[in-house]
Write a protein that binds this ligand. Structure first.
Ligand SMILES: [Fe+2]
Ligand SMILES: [Fe+2]
Length: 136
């Protein structure tokens, strides 16, 4: 993994499930790449491509977590899923801004970074405590 400047991985992000940590690292990498694309004022097409990678991988990752919640009857399934919706909505908001040629806002990038780091350290860590032995 190349070194992230905007959103570096930190050891406290680990929830002790290697499969999930690896996916979180990929998502953090995409958020960092998105920041780099906007900062470098890359072609709109490039930024659209990166935000699409982030959106697709987010759908995949949240889908997997939610599959585990359903499979193992995780008690906080509903509230956790509602959290996921907020993040996806922000990505879509960002996509719309880029597609409409509006100036890309760093506020949304900061939101994505803060939301994601808080989510993994609070919500994902919570399910990891319960489902750790089931997810390998
Ligand atoms: Fe997660
Ligand atoms: Fe999650």
């Amino acid at each position: 993994m190349t070194k992230n400047r905007f959103f570096p991985w930190r050891p406290e992000y680990s929830i002790d499930i290697p499969l999930i940590d690896a996916q979180h690292q990929i998502l953090i990498g995409y958020i960092d790449e998105l920041y780099a694309s906007v900062e470098a004022k890359k072609q709109k097409e490039h930024t659209i491509e990166v935000v699409k990678k982030l959106k697709d991988y987010t759908d995949f990752h949240f889908g997997l977590e939610e599959k585990y919640f359903a499979q193992y009857g995780y008690v906080e399934e509903a509230s956790h899923k509602a959290e996921h919706v907020l993040f996806v909505e922000k990505i879509v908001e960002f996509q719309n801004i880029i597609e409409r040629n509006l100036p890309a806002t760093f506020q949304i990038l900061l939101f994505l970074k803060d939301w994601f780091s808080n989510h993994i350290m609070k919500n994902d860590r919570k399910y990891a405590l319960v489902l750790k032995d089931k997810i390998v």
